[in-house]
Each structure stands twice: as C-alpha cells, then as structure tokens.
Ligand binder design. Structure first.
Ligand code: PEP
Length: 257
C-alpha cells in the first residue's frame, strides 16, 4: 500500500546523547502540538547511526507512526567482516527499515548495483523494509542521460525481485547534485523522474504494484520547499538529510502534505 513517509537520514552526525534528544524532541512535538489532527500525517522514520539505533527504537515505541532504521547493512548475515553490521543484527534491535544504496555509500564505499541487490536481499530476508536510493550525478543530468542512469540503478538492484518482494520496497529518488548542496530539484524535475520510475515499475510489475510503490524525494528538501515537492502526484514524501537534524525543521517537513 502506497504510504506517505518523511524519513530523516542523520548520516554521521550527532553524538549518542544528541541523537536521543533529537528523537525524543521530535516525538514529543508530534504528540503535543495537535499534529495528530493533520489531514495527512505521514509515517515518520529516523535513520540514526548504528550506535544510536536500539535506543532510538525504544523512543519510537512510545510514539505511534514513528519507527527507525539503519543507514546501511552488509550482504552477509554474519562472519569475519570487521566493522560491519548485518541485517539480522539490525532486525534484532527492533528497527524496521534500512537504507540501501545511498549516493554517499556508492561514492565513498564503492557500492555497486550487484552489491546493492545483495543488500536488498539481506534486508528482505530479515523482514526489514529496504529504502532503495537512486539518482544521477550532475554531469549525467547535463548530458541528459539521467533517465538511463536511474533506470539501470533500479533495474539492476531491484528488478530481479518477484512481485511480492518488490511490493515491500520503498524507493528514494535522490539526485546527487541536490544532496547537501542547497540546490533542490524543482517540483517538475522531481515529478518527471518519479513518474518515470513508476512507469518502469508498471512495465515490470503491473499497474497495481506501481501505484502502491512509495517513491520519496531526497536532496536539499526543507520546510520551505517540501510542500511544493510533496504536492506532486508521484512524490510520496521525502528522505531528508540536513533538515532532519533540527527538530523544528523536520517537523515543518512532516507537516508539509
Ligand atoms: C540525503 O542525504 O539523503 C539527503 C537528502 O541529504 P540533504 O537533505 O542534506 O540534501
């Protein structure tokens, strides 16, 4: 079922106590300020660093509609992979989601489509919802090959799934040139790419699956521009980096439907 989601990717920011305070503050505001009466209240997700995860999960348990996930996972369930974290470990904290293929993982940790397909598999096998990130770099948009880039990312990492498994995936379109730059895709650019992704899904899995797939936008989304992005037909919410680190900014985005 297609959902509205606002997800905060904290990246490698916030100490343990700062992270817990942020999660507590967001949950408190969600409770207190009549936000529960909004016409559209999206599902809220936190993606804190691994270290913070189990405690953030505990905080989320107190607040309906809020849950937490990890920013990454390994393809293997266990073994000699010093410094890595597996999907079963993430699941054991009570987390429900995992980001797969964030552009920073692709760029700095050489994650390719084949590895990302393995991470999607690991997530699904452990009953975690993969939030699969895709998006083109600036030179790729300038060369006007952004549709090809995104279609190959989505097809290679996801289109081997059967229909039932694909239905459990959330997609986040995040143009790399918009991440952390202050340059946001225009609502028209976001809608164009989201509609394109939905069309790919329809061709592969049929109309019902395409209509039920949640596709988030990410890239310098903030309380000022969120409403124009989220009002687009095929934009179901946002994956938020910088603006998820301040409770009031994140709440502003949550209220933008
Ligand atoms: C992100 O990292 O997923 C992201 C969208 O970052 P920002 O909102 O800071 O551009």
């Amino acid at each position: 079922m297609r959902k509205k989601i606002v997800a905060g990717n904290w990246k490698m920011n916030l100490t343990y106590s700062e992270g817990l305070s942020l999660a507590e503050e967001v949950c408190k505001i969600l409770n207190e300020k009549g936000i529960q009466d909004l016409e559209v209240l999206p599902e809220v997700l936190f993606f804190p660093p691994y270290l913070h995860l189990s405690q953030v999960v505990s905080i989320c348990k107190e607040q309906e509609g809020v849950s937490a996930g990890a920013q990454n996972c390994h393809t293997e369930a266990k073994g000699a992979y010093t410094g890595e974290i597996s999907a079963p470990m993430i699941k054991s904290t009570g987390a429900t989601h995992v980001l797969v293929g964030h552009s920073e993982r692709r760029a700095y940790f050489s994650e390719d489509d084949q590895m990302l397909a393995g991470k999607v598999k690991a997530a699904l096998e452990n009953d975690l919802t993969p939030v699969f990130c895709c998006g083109e770099k600036l030179p790729e948009r300038e060369k006007e090959i952004h549709f090809e880039v995104v279609s190959s990312q989505v097809e290679n990492a996801l289109f081997w799934l059967d229909n039932n498994s694909f239905n459990k995936v959330v997609i986040a379109y995040e143009p790399v040139w918009a991440i952390g730059t202050g340059v946001t895709a225009s609502p028209e650019q976001a809608q164009e790419m989201h509609a394109f992704i939905r069309k790919l899904i329809k061709e592969k899995y049929g109309e019902e699956t395409a209509e039920n797939t949640t596709i988030l936008y990410g890239g310098s989304c903030n309380p000022k521009n969120a409403q124009s992005l989220f009002s687009q037909k095929d934009v179901d919410g946002g994956l938020i980096g910088g603006a998820s680190l301040k409770a009031m900014d994140f709440i502003g985005i949550i209220k933008s439907f």
